[in-house]
Design a protein around this ligand. Structure first.
Ligand code: DC
Length: 208
């Protein structure tokens, strides 16, 4: 029988993926989780769930339960906007830290995607990726996702406003960790972006 390369995942292995909205983080994260058998958490869903819950966002974050993450309106543009607003509140972020850290360090490996995973939630992550793309390309992707029901220019303006809010906030602003590998997906197919990310994970697993 031919020798096959064997990948042994250490007890904990965290892949932290950060980047702006619609850069392809979620797609890359899901693909890596599937390929390497890691658990996956889209941390944006936590903020979206807090944003759509209404009432006091700090109380909503402290009282978040798994069922809140299954609402079917969490992926809407409005939920993304609401998430971006509540995500600027330090007490909301603080309430969500422990859950994310526990998820990141679970046995068998985990991939988390968000804005501050490699910088704040898991600075010790074995792999840090910063997945990005130009605002125009990201707006076009969002526009297609919405069924082109609103003008492209409006989606582009929303993307720019969200970038400004996510990068400009005082607490845990969106930025690449100094040791993150940057993957710009503007001119990449999904398969190409996933292949680049998987190569980084494979190299780190080989060295682990
Ligand atoms: O990734 P997303 O579009 O679902 O995120 C929605 C908003 O939530 C985003 O604009 C900023 C906020 N967010 C954050 O501040 N930190 C994270 N780790 C994930 C999302």
């Amino acid at each position: 029988m031919a020798d096959r390369p064997v990948t042994i995942t250490p007890p904990t292995f965290t892949v932290a993926i950060d980047g702006p909205a619609a850069a392809g983080k979620g797609t890359v994260a899901r693909a890596l989780a599937g390929a390497f058998g890691f658990a996956h958490l889209d941390t944006g869903l936590l903020y979206r769930a807090v944003g759509v819950k209404g009432g006091d966002p700090v109380a909503a974050a402290r009282g978040l339960v798994p069922a809140d993450l299954t609402r079917d309106d969490l992926r809407s543009l409005a939920a993304g906007e609401a998430a971006s607003v509540v995500a600027a509140l330090p007490e909301v972020r603080a309430a969500l830290v422990d859950f994310q850290r526990r998820f990141a360090r679970q046995p068998g490996g985990a991939v988390l995607d968000g804005r501050d995973i490699g910088t704040v939630i898991c600075p010790e992550a074995e792999v840090k990726l910063f997945v990005t793309a130009s605002p125009e390309v990201r707006a076009e992707r969002r526009w297609h996702e919405t069924g082109e029901s609103i003008p492209y220019d409006e989606v582009l303006a929303q993307v720019r406003a969200r970038d400004a809010r996510d990068t400009g906030r005082a607490d845990a602003p969106l930025r690449a960790a100094p040791d993150a590998v940057v993957i710009d997906t503007s001119d990449l197919s999904i398969d190409e972006a996933v292949a680049r990310a998987a190569a980084v994970v494979r190299a780190r697993l080989g060295a682990a």
